[in-house]
Design a protein around this ligand. Structure first.
Ligand SMILES: [Zn+2]
Length: 316
């Protein structure tokens, strides 16, 4: 974890505001001890209490933040609502975001909002916790530490091992851990492994941004839908807020409803819903109902991972 923070540009003398949960979730303590290992100071605010997060961020001049990307997107909006001018009032230079899939559009919102450089980080509790891999300064994939982990991709349906460059499920073998060896452990995370040397000069293999989980993929009327695809459409449609929900119901047929927040002028726009539906159809290949709701009405993700998907279908 210390190595991962160093690669992201965290240095001795930085103040790391750690907004990951402390406790059984490995993110909080993993970042904490990693920051201490490289001599950075740590501000262990943990999750929640947004007003206090912002107050401490400003008063103590935090230079690094860590949290889920969905919470940081929320903070762009929340900080402005609290009267802050994020680029002026905060001293953030680096943000390290992980624990859930996110998009390039979310990265842009965070970077534009706070004027920091956002790095994607990867890990899982079974493999020590956070810091299994991280984006270097090139940010063209996440380096997986090859001296600790052998990473492969397989076809999740057949178990067939895939060549580097082909998308599949990541499978890890731990090379140095004792007492609890892991041999070809299936992560359920979908990505692509790249073996070529990175422009940064490191040879540790890279994985592409996690596309989703092979088990959070929704199958709606026989069509595979990733929540990240819906986010991609919404974030590329002007005039919408940041918060949304994907609701799946079943009445004779599966039905997908995308509920998204929008300002009053967008809600009054007679063409906006149709436009979103067309964009969703183009990306997902299925029709979706779209509901525009007032800003602030969808429950915010202030603790842990966001619950974007509400699947109300009966289980058979
Ligand atoms: Zn690199």
């Amino acid at each position: 974890m210390g190595r991962a923070l160093d690669v992201a540009g965290v240095r001795e003398g930085d103040l790391v505001q750690n907004m990951y949960g402390y406790g059984l979730f490995t993110g909080g303590l993993g970042i904490h001890y990693g920051a201490r290992a490289i001599g950075a100071a740590i501000l262990p605010t943990s999750v929640g209490n947004t007003k206090r997060q912002l107050m401490l961020m400003k008063d103590l001049r935090s230079t690094v933040v860590t949290c889920t990307p969905s919470y940081m997107v929320y903070l762009v909006e929340a900080s402005q609502a609290e009267g802050y001018a994020p680029r002026r009032d905060f001293a953030l230079k680096v943000g390290i975001f992980g624990a859930e899939p996110w998009s390039e559009e979310a990265r842009k919102r965070i970077e534009d909002g706070f004027g920091l450089r956002a790095h994607d980080i990867y890990g899982m509790s079974e493999l020590y916790g956070p810091g299994v891999g991280i984006e270097c300064e090139e940010r063209n994939g996440l380096h997986i530490w090859g001296d600790e982990f052998l990473v492969e991709t397989i076809n999740p349906d057949t178990g067939e091992v895939l060549e580097p460059g082909r998308e599949g499920e990541l499978v890890f073998t731990m090379l140095s851990r004792e007492a609890m060896p892991f041999l070809r452990y299936r992560s359920r995370d979908l990505s692509t492994v790249y073996d070529e040397e990175c422009a940064c000069g490191r040879y540790h293999s890279r994985i592409a941004r996690i596309k989703g989980r092979s088990d959070d993929m929704l199958i709606i009327g026989g069509v595979n839908v990733f929540p990240s695809q819906v986010e991609h459409v919404l974030m590329n449609t002007p005039g919408l807020g940041d918060q949304y929900q994907i609701v799946v119901t079943h009445k004779q047929l599966d039905r997908l409803t995308v509920r998204v927040e929008a300002p009053p002028e967008s809600i009054r726009d007679p063409n906006l819903i149709k436009k979103i539906q067309e964009n969703l159809l183009a990306v997902l290949s299925i029709r979706a109902d779209v509901e525009l709701v007032e800003l602030g009405t969808i429950p915010r993700s202030t603790v842990g991972k966001s619950r974007r998907v509400v699947d109300m279908r009966p289980r058979f």
